[in-house]
Design a protein around this ligand. Structure first.
Ligand code: S3P
Length: 183
């Protein structure tokens, strides 16, 4: 089963995914890195040369090529919820939304990594903020859990995810297994 972390750019998905993978002993799939490897160029280059629609197509194809039964931590880009096809793939597992307030996202996106995010350069702050607010509804729609994470670093956020995950797994264990261990 996939344990997916969603949230806007700068919400800390990748650091939390790495921490969670180490804590739970599960592999982490960084979907952007996977797409870039397959394409043989960076995400910024895919946006510049092929356009965003082609990037979204690559994103969906990469998700659909993963085994849905494999236990893994999935770290997709923040725009994965833009496509209904990608949403269908991720909701098969359990989805955590790392929700960070806009003011904090904005200050994180101003950092040294800003150049690797094509939408930050292309949209500018006003349109990026509009995108953030539009996507909040989509993150809420796909998430099993919303983790408010603006006040916490990666290890504390990973701890909060693990706690929720444990109760979710307990509630979703097959009936036969539950009878065996709860009696
Ligand atoms: C995107 C987010 C990026 C990356 C691409 C598009 C988006 O990933 O997939 O630049 O549309 O929000 P991060 O959320 O890891 O920055």
């Amino acid at each position: 089963m996939w344990i997916t972390l969603t949230g806007f750019m700068g919400s800390g998905k990748s650091s939390v995914a790495r921490q969670l993978g180490a804590d739970l002993g599960l592999p982490v799939v960084d979907l952007d890195a996977h797409i870039a490897r397959q394409a043989g160029c960076s995400i910024a280059e895919i946006f510049a040369v092929e356009g965003e629609a082609e990037f979204r197509r690559r994103e969906c194809a990469a998700l659909e090529a993963l085994d849905p039964r494999q236990e893994l931590i999935l770290d997709p880009g923040g725009g994965v919820i833009e496509s209904g096809r990608a949403r269908t793939s991720i909701v098969r597992g359990v989805v955590f939304w790392l929700d960070v307030r806009w003011d904090q996202v904005r200050s994180r996106l101003r950092g040294p990594e800003a150049n690797r995010r094509p939408l930050v350069a292309r949209l500018g702050w006003e349109r990026l903020e509009a995108l953030y607010h539009r996507r909040q509804r989509l993150y809420a729609q796909v998430a099993d859990f919303r983790i408010a994470s603006q006040d916490a670093g990666p290890s504390e956020t990973a701890r909060r995810v693990s706690l929720r995950l444990r109760s979710w797994q307990k509630a979703h264990r097959p009936q036969t297994e539950r009878q065996g261990s709860d009696s």
